[in-house]
Design a protein around this ligand. Structure first.
Ligand SMILES: [Zn+2]
Length: 297
């Protein structure tokens, strides 16, 4: 049978250019099990990182990250964005390390992390912790002796494209089609866009109120006040007893779910008398299903 380790055994050096945590663990374990150096690079927004794992007695990826991060704390390029030049720079540096190892000159990144800060135009190197005797795959008594199911291990899909959180119940969400009919019927409501300002400046739906998720998470008083003000205005138009409908939107419908959870906790305290719902799939679903001319980014 042609399994992944057979594939790894056919090569001398492995370069990891992947963009998700399950693949990083898979490639790391496969390199340790097949005894190959792993030249690993990553990039997000304006920053990049480069290191060589499992090389010259240095640590493997698991030595540094024994447990995967909670899936909803990981930002990938699809969500966070990346400036195309940055992976270009990191890819060239990665190719350089591959060539140095292949030619016998050797890499100096075996226990070192090279960090590139594109915004400040700076490179910085830090020394990594050494190989760990207790590491599950490269340690003295390894518990990982063959490849596992890495999606199960990490609790997330091995893809950078379709990360979909599912934090809310069906009743707490509406589809873009349902939201479209709310707009068409001029039903009074608040559309809360929780993307960062820079993304709102690229495109947004008219009449949306922008309060970034980070501000909601930090319970920033001036932002919460903005929302309360809007709710107060709308309350005057509505029956005094009615709950003000707040629909939360973001790019892909992940951050908006987190915002709904926080706002529901605030409900009855700082933010009163609202019914908060998430718009499934966010503005990209809106662009795909409702308004084809809406910019996709
Ligand atoms: Zn290790």
């Amino acid at each position: 049978m042609f399994d992944s380790l057979t594939l790894y055994n056919m090569y001398d050096i492995v370069a990891d250019c992947s963009d998700n945590v399950p693949t990083r663990y898979l490639v790391n374990d496969a390199c340790v099990l097949s005894g190959k150096p792993l030249v690993s690079a990553s990039a997000l927004r304006m920053e990049g990182q480069l290191t060589v794992y499992n090389y010259n007695g240095g640590p493997c990826y698991r030595c540094l990250y024994p447990a995967p991060p909670p899936p909803d704390t990981v930002t990938n390029c699809s969500d966070g964005g990346v400036l195309g030049v940055v992976p270009g720079i990191m890819g060239c540096l990665q190719a350089l390390e591959v060539l140095k190892i292949a030619s016998g000159q050797g890499s100096s990144c075996g226990q070192q992390l090279l960090m590139f800060d594109g915004e400040g135009s700076r490179f910085r190197s830090i020394r990594l912790r050494p190989k760990q005797a207790g590491c599950a795959v490269c340690g003295e008594n390894p518990t990982v002796t063959q490849l596992q199911n890495y999606e199960t291990f990490c609790g997330s899909a091995a893809t950078d494209k379709c990360r979909r959180l599912n934090l809310l119940s069906k009743e707490q969400r509406i589809t873009v089609q349902e939201y479209k009919s709310i707009v068409d019927s001029s039903t009074p409501h608040i559309l809360l866009d929780v993307r960062p300002r820079v993304e709102v400046d690229i495109c947004h739906l008219p009449f949306s109120l922008n309060i970034p998720l980070a501000s909601i998470e930090d319970r920033k008083a001036e932002h919460i006040h903005l929302l309360k003000e809007r709710i107060g205005e709308l309350k005057q138009q509505l029956d005094a007893q009615a709950h003000v409908p707040v629909y939360v939107v973001c790019k892909q419908g992940n951050d908006s779910q987190k915002a709904v959870q926080i706002l529901e906790k605030l409900s009855g305290q700082e933010v009163d008398c609202v019914s908060v719902k998430d718009i499934c799939g966010g503005l990209m679903a809106w662009a795909q299903k409702i308004e084809p001319s809406f910019p996709q980014y």
